[in-house]
Ligand binder design. Structure first.
Ligand code: FAD
Ligand code: NAI
Length: 469
């Protein structure tokens, strides 16, 4: 492979592989380098996809145990078969990663397995696991090397007793007691998986509420619902250390943030889910002069170009929302910009979904941030309890909340907790992207009976004219 490339992408996650495909579609000669043998990055291999596969399987178990009887479905004795669940998860991952390899072939993207190091602004050296190196010459380089799990001082992740999300996606047995550090997205999703499978799960969170950054009402309601399901929350509590004992149990030392009261929490498995940090190891950034901020995120300009002309960066490694679809949008933007088009990412309309049951979904500004910024707004809220479809399927917990500008009716944010909230959010994201008003959603015909009617009613409620409430 001695040809000169238009673009060499380092990292085959959602940011990198999407950028590679889009650039190839636009006629560029592209190579994508990833040290993993399978494409798809964190998201497909050890993130979004395996977690959603386990969430689905464990939800089926919970439904069979506790939810089907009211529908008149008798299930008898129900138990989990963890091996089958894990095997299914692995098969879903394998199928999807192979799908990306197929898309690379289809779009004529060269795929190199190995660790990429930038040795000059037009050169990437790829070192395979066996130690052989290939040198790629290229017009442009795109860094999409993603992130890795962060840890805490005094805590060593061994992926056996003290695990990151990667270990928590592959436990060989259901732990009796699991302590999750961090009530963020990973903590709640994977905490839910293991609770449903039978673990006693305690979530320790430094702050005094779960899901930082989300709308306050959603944070409160989701905590109530998840606690009712059996998650125990220890809020306002910081972790100070962990010791793995001879009998393989972990003693986690925690301390109350307000009064310093200390406590030891015994656990079979501790999941550390306190955020992720940029991954830039061995990339050669210092040598070529690519600048990073104090937290190690690569800094970029409005076109995702780094401090070195011709070297671009996207996705988790540049910070912001650490989400697969955000990385994808940025990848498309770089590919289109390099092809002479005008790429653009609208950060105001990037949705976020927590795949607990019920799902929690949000886009745009929270009520708290509008208050803080002094932006006048109206709230339209509609409970799923008043939605016919939600009642019929027996999932009526939660609500849709739309925040619209008081004068212009422009939608500024939306926050949902309830059945299929993640999919319902898409309509509102499209409305925001198209800059249509809450009234436009309210005047759009929604099929009956559908969960989407709750979105329409919330839009009507912005103008205090919901029909079914
Ligand atoms: P990554 O997906 O991290 O990919 C980077 C790739 O670069 C990796 O494959 C790595 O091997 C490779 N690499 C790194 N350095 C080098 C090098 N020097 N040479 C060659 N290759 C290199 N987001 C969502 O939107 N929805 C979800 O439901 C969701 N669930 C998640 C669940 C979990 C448990 C986790 C951990 C994350 C989840 N995320 C989710 C976040 C999502 O996975 C990331 O935001 C996304 O993968 C970032 O994409 P990326 O392309 O920037 O980087
Ligand atoms: P997070 O940032 O969502 O949550 C981390 C939590 O840990 C916060 O609540 C924080 O206050 C808490 N914390 C930090 N230090 C602590 C300490 N010392 N003691 C106790 N609590 C502490 O990070 P998380 O859950 O690790 O997820 C990482 C990233 O992965 C997120 O940015 C998220 O966007 C992404 N992700 C997205 C998913 C989705 O979109 N469904 C699913 C899973 C992950």
């Amino acid at each position: 492979m001695s040809d000169i490339y238009d673009l060499v992408v380092i990292g085959g996650g959602p940011g990198g592989y999407v950028a590679a495909i889009r650039a190839a579609q636009l006629g560029q000669k592209v190579a994508c380098v990833d040290k993993r043998s399978t494409l798809g990055g964190t998201c497909l291999n050890v993130g979004c996809i395996p977690s959603k596969a386990l969430l689905q399987s464990s939800h089926h178990l919970e439904a069979a145990k506790h939810e089907m009887a009211v529908h008149g479905v008798k299930t008898g004795r129900v138990s989990a078969d963890l091996d089958t669940m894990m095997k299914r998860k692995d098969e879903v991952v394998e199928g999807l990663t192979q799908g990306i390899a197929f898309l690379f072939k289809k779009n004529k993207v060269d795929h190199l397995v190995g660790s990429g190091t930038i040795t000059a602004s037009d050169t990437v050296e790829v070192t395979s696991e066996e130690g052989t190196t290939t040198t790629l010459t290229t017009e442009n380089i795109l860094i999409a090397t993603g992130s890795e799990a962060a840890s805490l001082p005094g805590i060593t992740i061994d992926e056996k007793h003290v695990v990151s999300s990667t270990g928590a996606l592959a436990l060989a047995a259901v732990p009796k007691k699991m302590v999750v550090i961090g009530a963020g997205v990973i903590g709640l999703e994977l905490g839910s998986v293991w609770r449903r499978l039978g673990a006693q799960v305690t979530v320790v969170e430094y702050l005094d509420a779960i899901l930082p950054g989300m709308d306050g009402e959603i944070r409160k309601r989701s905590k109530m619902i998840l606690a009712k399901q059996g998650l125990t929350f220890l809020l306002g509590t910081k972790v100070t250390g962990a010791a793995v004992m001879n009998n393989n149990s972990v003693m986690l030392s925690v301390e109350s943030v307000s009064d310093g009261k200390k406590e030891i929490l015994p656990a079979d498995v501790v999941l550390v889910a306190v955020g992720r940090r940029p991954f830039t190891e061995n990339l050669g950034l210092e040598q070529v002069g690519v600048q990073m901020d104090e937290k190690g995120f690569i800094t970029v300009d409005g076109h995702f170009q780094t401090s070195v002309p011709g070297i671009y960066a996207i996705g988790d490694v540049i910070g912001g929302m650490m989400l697969a679809h955000k990385a994808e949008e940025e990848g498309v933007c770089v590919a289109e910009t390099l092809a002479g088009q005008s790429g653009h990412v609208n950060y105001k309309t990037i949705p976020g979904v927590v795949y607990t049951h019920p799902e929690i979904a949000s886009v745009g500004r929270s009520e708290e941030s509008l208050k803080e910024a002094g932006i006048p707004y109206n709230v339209g809220k509609f409970p799923f309890g008043a939605n016919a479809r939600a009642r019929a399927i027996g999932e009526s917990d939660g609500f849709v909340k739309i925040l619209a500008h008081k004068e212009t009716d422009q939608i500024l944010g939306a926050h949902l907790i309830g059945p299929n909230a993640g999919d319902l959010l898409a309509e509102i994201v499209l409305a925001m992207e198209s800059d249509i008003s809450a009234e436009d959603i309210a005047r759009t015909c929604h099929s009956h009976p559908s969960l989407g009617e709750a979105v329409k009613e919330a839009a009507l409620a912005v103008d205090k004219r919901a029909i079914h409430m």
